[in-house]
Design a protein around this ligand. Structure first.
Ligand code: NAP
Length: 244
């Protein structure tokens, strides 16, 4: 039976590269984001490569928006979503004193609350069927302190802990929950960083930013049976940055 995969934030970057790979693996991919035009382009690319995909628009910010996306994904998937990839995320950097409450809530709403309630909606169904996989996208700056990245890093640090907690909660029922922790990666979302991205990447052994495809390879590994004995892992795909 064809598996259904919901990939949030798959109109762009790491999510898009992941969606295209899961489509090529024969999964029915539900592409999601706020921008329909970009979503349609990804769906068309997956279909052109012989895969199956549909777009569901979602502006993820809270439990209701997460629940609405889960409901629509389940409808499209005939009652099942087998793989959930939480890639939608924003990464504003800045001084703590300059952060507004609205800005704070927006980052936590998308980066923490949305994955939390998507898992709440979808993982129990996976557990009932005795199989499923969740892959969360975190970041290397969830692992160490970096000036101006505390707000963003803290949302992903929450997601790291949730990855392990969900592995404990759902793993015994056959649902594997893991995370990929990217380093600086060239995507539409980091395009504006220009050389700052290279500088951020220079400290790692690879000495360069990664590509969305390089990160997506790791996500697909964790989302599929190749990783059948991997639970609660946070896999750094960061050019070695946090190792040294
Ligand atoms: P990106 O190119 O900016 O893509 C972000 C995706 O999230 C887009 O598909 C966007 O779709 C979606 N999105 C943004 N706000 C949304 C909202 N309110 N509701 C629903 N979807 C929303 O980002 P990326 O660089 O691929 O990053 C993907 C993930 O990797 C993020 O979680 C990020 O924190 C993490 N990460 C990235 C890097 C990096 O260097 N690139 C490093 C470490 C971790 P729409 O615009 O269509 O809404």
């Amino acid at each position: 039976m064809k598996k259904t995969a919901l990939v949030t934030g798959s109109t762009s970057g790491i999510g898009r590269a992941t969606a295209e790979r899961l489509g090529a693996q024969g999964m029915h991919v539900i592409v999601s984001g706020r921008h329909e035009e970009r979503g349609d382009t990804v769906v068309a690319a997956i279909r052109a490569a012989g895969g199956t995909a549909d777009f569901v628009r979602a502006d993820l910010r809270d439990a209701d928006s997460a629940r609405a996306l889960a409901t629509e994904a389940l409808r499209i998937g005939d009652g099942r979503v087998d793989v959930l990839v939480n890639s939608a995320g924003i990464f504003p950097f800045g001084a703590t004193a300059d952060t507004s409450e609205e800005g704070f809530d927006a980052v936590y709403g998308l980066n923490v609350k949305a994955p939390y309630f998507l898992v709440a909606e979808l993982a129990p169904g996976m557990a009932e069927r005795g199989e499923g996989a969740v892959v969360n996208i975190t970041t290397m700056v969830a692992e160490f302190g970096a000036s101006g990245m505390g707000l963003y890093g803290s949302t992903k640090a929450a997601l790291v802990l949730l990855t392990k907690s969900w592995a404990a909660e759902f793993g015994p029922s056959g649902v594997r929950v893991n995370a990929v922790s990217p380093g600086p990666t060239r995507t539409e979302g980091t395009a504006a960083m220009g050389e700052a991205l290279d500088q951020l990447a220079a400290a790692g052994p690879a000495g360069r930013p990664g590509t969305a495809d390089e990160v997506a390879e790791a996500v697909v590994f964790l989302a599929t049976d190749a990783a059948s004995f991997v639970h609660g892992a946070v896999l750094p795909v960061d050019g070695g940055r946090i190792a040294v």
